[in-house]
Design a protein around this ligand. Structure first.
Ligand code: B16
Ligand code: MG
Length: 217
């Protein structure tokens, strides 16, 4: 086994592509509020908490709201989003992820989820992969959003692994930054232009062996 002992996975964009459902739900709300919002704007919401996402949308529309109004709108967006993710199944797990997680577990690595999403437990359950995680740190357990390292430090603590022996898998630039601020290595999953600060960038997990990948860090 390598010098690394703990693997921390972001959820949206790494394990499952829920960004499209977040977009559809935010888009429905933005349309109702007559705020222009497109897929490019949606990029700014990746890895960002629900309330902070809505604040970005309000900023796009040059609008302000009271805390209560903001909360009500976030609740409406979430109800719509939850209705979409109820339909997730094992088939929605991104290619290669399940075999990578299974191989990593067999090889003795500890595995945690480190996500901003308060819906993480529901999503893992719908995908049928809850049992592959030794710890789940989600948006209900942390208060500071990525790039703050809180979510990954909490994940390492729950795993009982030193942060320097952890590797983070992330699709968002803010998540890569959070990993580095936690003193961890970061594997970027997705676009090398967005993830240029990562220690390694992969287009996805397809056929990747955990040991071989960690040897490249
Ligand atoms: P929820 P991650 C993040 O998940 C998403 O990327 C981001 O778009 C979303 O706003 C955030 O979760 C909060 O999600 O509304 O379900 O609590 O990428 O950190 O796994
Ligand atoms: Mg993500």
């Amino acid at each position: 086994m390598s010098q690394y002992k703990g693997l921390l996975f972001d959820l949206d964009g790494v394990i499952v592509d829920t960004a499209k459902y977040h977009f559809l739900a935010w888009k429905a709300l933005a349309d109702e509020l007559k705020i222009p919002f497109n897929e490019q704007d949606n990029e700014r919401l990746k890895g960002v908490s629900r309330m902070a996402s809505f604040e970005i949308i309000l900023e796009l529309g040059h609008r302000t709201m009271t805390t209560e109004e903001k909360q009500r709108n976030c609740d409406r967006k979430n109800a719509l989003y939850v209705s979409y993710i109820q339909k997730l199944t094992r088939n929605d797990i991104l290619p290669g992820v399940e075999s990578f997680l299974t191989r990593a577990r067999k090889a003795g690595y500890k595995i945690a989820l480190g996500s901003a999403s308060k819906n993480s437990p529901l999503i893992l359950e719908r995908l049928g992969i809850t049992d592959l995680f030794d710890a789940v740190v989600d948006g209900t357990k942390v208060s500071k959003a990525k790039p703050d390292p809180e979510v990954f430090l909490a994940g390492a603590a729950e795993l009982g692994v030193n942060p320097a022996q952890c590797v983070v898998f992330e699709d968002a630039a803010a998540g890569v930054q959070a990993a580095h601020l936690a003193g961890m290595k970061a594997v970027g999953i997705g676009d090398p232009a967005v993830l240029r600060q990562s220690d390694v960038v992969l287009p996805g997990f397809g056929g990747m062996d955990p040991g071989e990948l960690l040897a490249r860090l």
